[in-house]
Design a protein around this ligand. Structure first.
Ligand code: ARG
Length: 466
């Protein structure tokens, strides 16, 4: 490998104007190559598209274009083979690759940067990188939704207590509860998809900030890179990082959702609830307490929420008050974006693997629903159907529940005479409504918890996924 010529006196990329080299600490402090080298493939794709456009527009001749394209492909192969030496003296991924190209192919390499700046280059690279990453995220979100459907299909008749204020409220089916998670993820996917559509415009051609005096074709460059078109204003092109913030915001909402799922799994797995069994492979033990089986995966996913929220705040603050157009501040956009992507891809993968492997403890769920007077609302509704006003029915049932609490019995365990002592409207048929099965089956409308409705929701969900 030939070595890159280095000029001790001043940086080779802008040395002309400078009378001394960059301070060694400043060089390390301002360099971004340690993290932006991750965008090497996007940087090379952007350069090839730019060179193709320059050649089509007769700004770059055929020989130079051929040398540039072959040289960039060779560099890509070297990077992928681990044979590329990154140098912080060359600051970032863009200058590392360009300097290597020039070292390899000579003067043609120096022509690549015609009509371009690192400002439009980096804005393009990060959009390309994020666009590809959004597709990976969408794939994992879909996998998780498939896992939820798989579990919900097994559990659509399983009865569990539904909670408000974390107090037993009304019985629901476990499948219905799981399909609530499915809906949250549907919105997450839509948010990421919106973000993708809005970021999919090509900044190349904006150059440093004002555009370029060469007769470029920005529509051609944009279409070569599968963008919807070029960005509309050169100043905005190089300074806009809205897409990074939108991505972080969408990821934050997703993380918030995952933390809610996590919290429920952690609760359900405690001996106090004992609603589910998390497979051992997603748990760890304790080095001191032999009985422990800890739900590490959901706990860690819950904990990772913090860093995603933090990155959102970092990116908002990064952009706050920035004057147009490009400022070096923007180099700080990448690490948050990369870390958010790594974090949520990891969380989604763990969840997509774990969810379909969960098994429910149906007996415990059922018993707990029964103990909590979960059918009290059903008794009130029954009295309303018999002519009582809802508020009076509420009062009657409240008294019956008080007796149940005092005598440690569910409403369904009382006999008819006892129930009639609260209201003469109560007759033998009341027991159909006091069972958990009757209660869930009665919520038989679109979006309701009845097993029949959960099946209908599963059908719609499968159509959405296909
Ligand atoms: N490393 C820089 C970044 O990440 C590339 C653009 C630098 N442009 C400049 N004029 N200093 O934003």
């Amino acid at each position: 490998m030939s070595s890159i010529p280095s000029d001790q006196a001043s940086n080779q990329q802008w040395g002309g104007r400078f009378s001394e080299g960059t301070d060694a600490f400043v060089q390390a402090f301002t360099a971004s190559v340690s993290f932006d080298k991750r965008m090497y493939a996007e940087d090379i794709a952007g350069s090839i598209a730019h060179a193709t456009m320059l050649n089509t527009q007769k700004i770059l001749n055929d020989d130079d274009f051929a040398a540039i394209k072959a040289g960039l492909m060779q560099i890509k192969a070297q990077i992928e083979a681990g044979q590329f030496e990154w140098s912080i003296e060359l600051e970032d991924v863009h200058m590392n690759i360009e300097a290597r190209l020039t070292a390899n192919i000579g003067i043609a390499g120096k022509r690549l940067h015609t009509g371009r700046s690192r400002n439009d280059q980096v804005a393009t690279d990060i959009r390309l990188w994020l666009r590809a990453t959004l597709d990976l995220i969408d794939g994992q979100l879909k996998r998780l939704q498939e896992g939820i459907i798989e579990l919900a299909q097994r559990e659509y008749t399983t009865i569990m207590p539904g909670f408000t204020h974390l107090q037993v409220a009304q019985p629901v089916t476990f499948g219905h509860h799981l399909m609530a998670w499915f809906e949250m993820l549907k919105r997450d996917r839509a948010r990421f998809s919106d973000c993708r559509a809005r970021l999919n415009f090509c900044p190349l051609g904006a150059a440093a900030l004002a555009g370029t005096s060469y007769p470029i074709d920005r529509f051609l460059t944009a279409s070569l890179l599968d963008f919807s078109g070029p960005t509309a204003n050169s100043l905005d092109s190089v300074s806009d990082r809205d897409f990074a913030i939108e991505f972080a915001a969408s990821a934050s909402i997703l993380s918030m959702h995952l933390s809610r799922f996590s919290e429920e799994l952690v609760l359900w797995a405690t001996p106090a609830f004992d609603f589910i069994d998390l497979p051992d492979r997603f748990c760890t033990g304790s080095s001191i307490m032999p009985q422990k089986k800890n739900p590490d995966v959901p706990e860690l996913v819950r904990g990772k929420t913090g860093r995603v929220f933090g990155h959102l705040m970092a990116l908002l603050t990064l952009m706050k008050s920035q004057p147009l157009a490009y400022n070096k501040d923007n180099q700080e956009d990448k690490e948050p974006i990369f870390d958010i992507a790594d974090t949520i891809l990891g969380c989604l993968r763990a969840f997509a693997d774990m969810i379909p492997a969960i098994s429910s403890k149906k007996e415990n769920m059922y018993t707990r629903a029964k103990l909590g007077f979960a059918t009290a609302t059903d008794l009130a509704d029954y009295l309303v159907r018999k002519g009582l006003a809802f508020r009076d029915a509420h009062e009657v049932v409240g008294k019956a529940v008080k007796l149940g609490v005092d005598t440690k019995r569910d409403l369904a365990d009382m006999d008819l005479a006892e129930l009639q002592s609260f209201s003469q409207l109560i007759t033998e048929d009341v027991f159909e409504y006091l069972t958990l099965e009757g209660s869930v089956a009665a919520r038989d409308h679109f979006g309701g918890t009845a097993p029949k409705q959960v099946q209908a929701a599963l059908k719609i969900a499968r159509e959405y996924l296909s």
